[in-house]
Ligand binder design. Structure first.
Ligand code: ATP
Length: 225
């Protein structure tokens, strides 16, 4: 397993946002957290990334304890946050260059990766455009491309297609399936069973900080829908 959680919990004051969850995320699969607003999905992702300290339980990523090894673990993870946080002052290409500089990747490698990622995100012909001139779907594709700049083994995506039109969602789903087929482990949160069914090998259904069920999308649909 790439990620293992046992009894993982998070409390904000008296509020229990994540109430002792157990899960194992296998390597090379797409693993989903499905649930409504406030279920605790983002909080769980933030604990995996070492950005929010847990209140209890154990968590390992790549076999290393979090948060003790959070920094080194984050260097091998790609992160696609819920809200687009691209830099509006820079072009598409500059956003990728600046992000790459945080990882200390050699310039020749960066330039090679950027060419590849611009193709992957179908943004090669817009490389000089300011990000504020892009559509929502293009911004998402750029955010995903940016998350791949460090050639991560694991990519964590918080609601990758929320707010996009159906066509833009299909394009993103295609790109994420490509990544998974290449062996990258994906973890995502979503509100949509359709998205989970299209992308996930396994998922958990979360509500009010608890895992209600887990399995392959088809199994869950047969059990619950
Ligand atoms: P959404 O689908 O809306 O993103 P979510 O499943 O990702 O929801 P979380 O963002 O993990 O839900 O939030 C779970 C609960 O924890 C919510 O009730 C939220 O208000 C609470 N919460 C999250 N962050 C904080 C914080 N920093 N301080 C206090 N409460 C918080």
């Amino acid at each position: 397993a790439v990620v293992t959680a046992r009894g993982l919990s998070k409390r904000y004051g008296r509020y229990q946002a994540v109430a002792g969850v157990d899960f194992d995320i296998p390597r090379g699969q797409c693993f989903g957290f499905l649930g409504p607003n406030g279920a605790g999905k983002t909080t769980t992702l933030r604990m995996i990334l070492g950005l929010t300290p847990s209140s209890g339980g154990t968590l390992t990523v790549f076999g290393l304890d979090i948060p003790a090894h959070a920094r080194e673990v984050r260097a091998a993870i790609g992160i696609v946050p819920q809200a687009d946080n691209l830099d509006p002052d820079f072009s598409i290409e500059e956003n990728l260059q600046i992000y790459a500089s945080y990882f200390g990747i050699p310039l020749r490698t960066v330039n090679r990766r950027i060419e590849h990622l611009l193709e992957f995100a179908s943004l090669a012909d817009r490389r000089g455009a300011k990000t504020e001139t892009l559509s929502g779907g293009m911004k998402r594709r750029l955010t995903i491309a940016r998350a791949l700049i460090n050639d991560p083994e694991l990519v964590v995506l918080d609601e990758p297609t929320t707010g996009l039109d159906p066509q833009a969602r299909h394009v993103i789903w295609g790109r994420l399936n490509e990544l998974r087929d290449r062996g990258t482990t994906l973890i995502l949160t979503t509100h949509y069973m359709e998205e989970a069914e299209r992308l996930c090998d396994q998922l958990v259904i979360m509500d009010r900080g608890r895992i209600l069920d887990c399995g392959a999308p088809r199994e869950l649909i047969e059990r619950h829908v």
